[in-house]
Design a binder for this molecule. Structure first.
Ligand code: UTP
Length: 288
């Protein structure tokens, strides 16, 4: 067994154009699903896997993320004095975690954002979490990806089947099943449905190895003029195998308005306080 995965990188410097105008001056990562911002779901997922070093790649208009994970002394004092212990526990639960913040000066793409993390990641494998891909905590996606990484000791990317018409929103893979995982043979960034090698899309969870940085350093801009992680993974594939872990469900593209609404409805229906009245409301709305 190796040292395990201890570090997680959260690229959060994207412009969030699909969610304008909400994301004009506020981070997409701070949009709440019920009562928690998107990025907190991602952080809690990593904590569950024993990850204890957190690196957030930020950019302009993203300062609210730092404030969210900071101590809120005045608020804590007020909750303590008014006996609101449950709420106090809730807002201090992540207080023991240290976060490192690196600013991506220009949004040059996901690959570039990950490259910015190199000084903090160093020479060890690490997780990448795109927090606008929200994953239901009942699906232990990251945990199972780490288990697969421990077996194959090579990069692992999360894969989901998507409708053919949607291939142009994702990196799409070509691969075959090997030892219960997908051994990836090829990848294309955002292909047209007619040219897509499959309908298996890469979604926002990765276990990467530090050799990705050598590739990213030399990576030329690709689709959309951005430094694409998919292109870097294609280059890396000529040096070592890359595996896909096919998720069983529970993923929402909350960076997209419809995906965000779906996540909100499903998480509200699972929330012990809201479930009954919200279900009644929905029944009335839909069934009249
Ligand atoms: P997206 O493709 O979702 O881009 O990026 P975006 O800019 O956030 O949103 P849209 O598509 O314009 O609505 C995938 C992930 O990569 C990060 C984003 O923050 C998101 O987590 N990212 C993207 C960066 O950190 N830097 C970049 O230059 C680009």
């Amino acid at each position: 067994m190796g040292q395990g995965i201890r570090k997680a990188v959260f690229p959060a410097a994207g412009l969030g154009t699909r969610f304008l105008p909400a994301t004009k001056a506020s981070p997409k990562e701070m949009l709440p699903i019920v009562d928690k911002p998107l990025i907190q779901y991602g952080v809690e997922e990593a904590v569950e896997c024993g990850i204890d070093q957190f690196i957030i790649i930020t950019g302009k208009n993203k300062r609210a993320i730092e404030d969210h994970f900071d101590t809120a002394a005045e608020l804590e004092e007020k909750l303590r004095n008014s006996g609101k212990d449950a709420m106090l526990d809730e807002i201090t639960r992540l207080n023991t975690i240290d976060f490192a913040y690196i600013r991506q000066r220009v949004a040059l793409g996901l690959g570039h954002a990950i490259f910015c993390a190199e000084p903090f990641v160093g020479q060890e494998p690490f997780a990448v979490i795109l927090s606008d891909d929200v994953i239901d905590p009942d699906f232990k996606v990251l945990k199972e990806m780490i288990e697969l990484y421990e077996k194959v000791k090579s990069p692992v990317v999360a894969i989901q089947e998507v409708p053919r018409a949607e291939t142009k929103r994702y990196g799409i893979i070509d691969g075959e099943i090997e030892n219960g995982a997908i051994r990836i043979k090829g990848m294309v960034e955002k292909p047209d449905p007619n040219n897509a090698p499959s309908n298996l899309a890469i979604i926002g969870r990765y276990i990467l190895t530090p050799d990705i940085f050598d590739v990213l350093k030399k990576q030329e801009p690709g689709k959309g003029g951005e430094i694409q992680l998919t292109d870097a993974l294609i280059s890396l594939m000529s040096q070592r195998p890359i595996y896909g872990y096919k998720i069983k469900g529970g993923r929402y593209d909350a960076g997209d308005k419809l995906g965000y609404l779906m996540a909100t409805v499903d998480f509200a229906l699972k929330n012990s306080e809201l479930s009954d009245p919200f279900r009644k409301f929905l029944d009335k709305r839909i069934c009249g």
